[in-house]
Design a protein around this ligand. Structure first.
Ligand code: SAM
Length: 286
């Protein structure tokens, strides 16, 4: 691979070194590099790793893999969708690997899924080289919009039942997706009974971002809650998601019953994922 410094050939083996914001490095042995191109926004690669299979890498950072991508994509979609009584129009911001959109297409009641992704090259690469995550998505309810999520959502009002912020880390084009004004725009873009979810980073390594995200959402939405899942390829494993709801209390016991086929998510996980460990309760003043 030309011009990238996160892949090296060591003693005949290819290694990807992911650098988590200068403090931690995680190394993956690669079997192959399937796709590698620079877009106007970031470097996009699909590599085949020894343990996690095909993997999307943006600017050297692992985004999703064939082996554990479903955990993240099921948790960022099925949890909020079960908590809304009748979601029909859903917006995804980011989500270029198409895994979140693919999960949403499992619901017959959802009529429209708008996906606003800044980088068309991510979608093209994942549809071609990462079918384990994207499922070669071609459902007519999914509308791809290649634009900046911040700009798109600013122009919307009272339109969506549910908004899913499936962003990359708060560096590069996704930095703005962690700011207060963006969450205020999300609130406006939601219907009066809508709810939103975002990935709120690692409770181990990114505590200040998690706390800042939760504070923004608490200041804007009458009800908010953080939940977790373990995603092995994300630094620290334990990952957080935060929901903000304009009207409905976030009560997993009262959630809708739906029959969707999943590999990770189930009813008991929906009920237990909101149970936080002591250090997170303390961090978030719960
Ligand atoms: N599951 C992954 C994770 O947490 O690491 C991330 C999913 S997805 C690959 C993230 C997507 O957000 C990327 O494809 C990136 O291009 C997109 N993105 C980043 N900034 C954006 C913005 N301002 N507007 C829309 N999409 C954005």
């Amino acid at each position: 691979m030309k011009d990238v410094n996160w892949i090296e050939n060591k003693d005949g083996s290819l290694w990807l070194t992911e650098d988590d914001r200068g403090n931690l490095q995680i190394r993956y042995r690669l079997k192959d590099i399937l796709f590698s191109e620079q877009s106007p926004f970031q470097h996009v690669a699909i590599v085949d790793t020894a343990d996690f299979g095909r993997t999307l890498v943006l600017d050297g950072v692992v985004q999703t893999t064939a082996i554990d991508g479903h955990i993240y994509n099921e948790m960022i979609t099925h949890v909020p969708i079960h908590l809304h009584p009748n979601p029909k129009k859903v917006l995804i911001i980011g989500g270029g690997d198409c895994g979140a959109a693919r999960e949403l297409t499992k619901y017959e009641g959802i009529e429209q899924i708008d996906m606003v992704e800044i980088d068309e090259l991510v979608v093209k690469a994942c549809k071609t080289h990462l079918p384990e995550v994207s499922g070669n998505l071609s459902d007519p309810r999914v509308h791809f919009i290649f634009d900046d999520g911040v700009k798109f959502v600013k122009e919307k009002e009272n339109e969506y039942d549910c908004i899913i912020v499936d962003s990359s880390d708060p560096v590069g084009p996704a930095e703005v997706l962690f700011e207060y004004d963006f969450y205020a725009s999300l609130k406006r873009a939601l219907k009066e009974d809508g709810l939103m979810v975002c990935q709120s980073q690692s409770p181990i390594f990114h505590q200040s971002i998690l706390k800042q995200t939760v504070t923004h959402i608490r200041n804007l939405f009458p009800d908010s809650k953080t939940y977790t899942a373990v995603v092995p390829t994300y630094p620290g494993g334990l990952w957080s998601f935060t929901i903000g709801s304009k009207k409905y209390p976030i009560d997993p016991k009262a959630a809708r019953k739906e029959n969707v086929k999943t590999k990770y998510f189930n009813r008991k996980i929906l009920e237990s994922c909101f149970i936080l460990p002591e250090f997170m309760k303390e961090l978030l003043n719960e």
